[in-house]
Design a protein. Structure first.
Length: 286
């Protein structure tokens, strides 16, 4: 994990701490780090946020699923649940709502350093969203032709976005509402500290690890402000084995629930032995 919030004065990203959503050009910083061990299989690159409550009731409801599913009428007349991010300058916002408006927009690039030479690591941006989200829940509006600029005509971008939704990517199958970075963000997290999949690093050679042990650098286009609510940002590199990924949450949950059940079992057993043999039946006369 690499924390790049920049609250420490010695951090290279400290200069970007008070960045705003619409900073032009974006503040950039570079953090160097060392991998002590090689990553042998495919690597998953995440961004993590802390003290960010995506589980707030009004935040979770602030979206229009019909609009996100490509319904043309909802595109121009979003749900009232999106307020106050439903319209802007008398134009409907697409996508509307607080979730979309707060979409994570830092740009992360990874480089390997070998003899003072920086070699970029190929980061794959497709395949990071759930299949059902990509192919069922999220759809672009329909109409004559496939020109997204024309299909989104009459709408405006979310307030905090630097560009409209139809300019999220240059590839048509990853643009608009079906952009995978956008889809990943729209699946809200249950806890205030969470991570979301950002990129994939695929293993190309079975004879070589995906990421060799050594020196690396992380280039960051710092666009996403978190200092105002005491949040933190981090980049996470993770891999999986034949048993899956390393995630202690499920184990902790099992141990916690098991301990509670054991404690309640002991309490109920004590109550049964102490009070269960009492004869509480009243004498009934013949």
């Amino acid at each position: 994990q690499i924390d790049y919030t920049g609250t420490e004065p010695s951090s290279p990203c400290n200069k970007c701490l008070n960045v705003s959503w619409d900073s032009t050009p974006p503040c950039t910083c570079t953090i160097n780090f060392t991998l002590e061990h090689s990553f042998e299989s495919n690597v998953f690159m995440y961004y993590g946020l802390s003290n960010f409550y995506q589980n707030h009731r009004r935040y979770v409801k602030s979206r229009d699923d019909s609009q996100l599913n490509g319904d043309n009428s909802s595109l121009l007349n979003p749900s009232k649940e999106c307020e106050p991010y439903r319209t802007n300058e008398d134009k409907p916002i697409a996508p509307c709502g607080a979730i979309a408006n707060s979409m994570f927009n830092d740009t992360l690039e990874l480089y390997r350093i070998d003899n003072d030479t920086r070699t970029p690591i190929t980061l794959i941006k497709k395949g990071i969203a759930w299949w059902t989200d990509k192919n069922v829940k999220f759809r672009n509006p329909t109409g004559e032709g496939n020109n997204l600029t024309a299909l989104f005509q009459g709408t405006t971008k979310p307030v905090n976005w630097p560009k409209p939704v139809y300019m999220l990517d240059s590839e048509p199958d990853n643009n608009g509402f079906i952009n995978e970075d956008f889809i990943v963000w729209m699946r809200t997290a249950a806890l205030p500290t969470f991570r979301k999949l950002y990129r994939l690093i695929e293993r190309k050679n079975n004879l070589q690890p995906t990421l060799q042990a050594g020196k690396y650098s992380l280039d960051i286009a710092y666009n996403y402000p978190v200092h105002s609510f005491d949040g933190r940002k981090r980049m996470i590199l993770s891999t999986i084995s034949w048993m899956g990924g390393k995630n202690p949450f499920l184990g902790i949950a099992y141990i916690t629930v098991g301990s509670i059940c054991f404690f309640l079992g002991v309490v109920l057993l004590f109550i049964h032995h102490k009070y269960g043999n009492r004869n509480t039946s009243a004498d009934i006369p013949n």
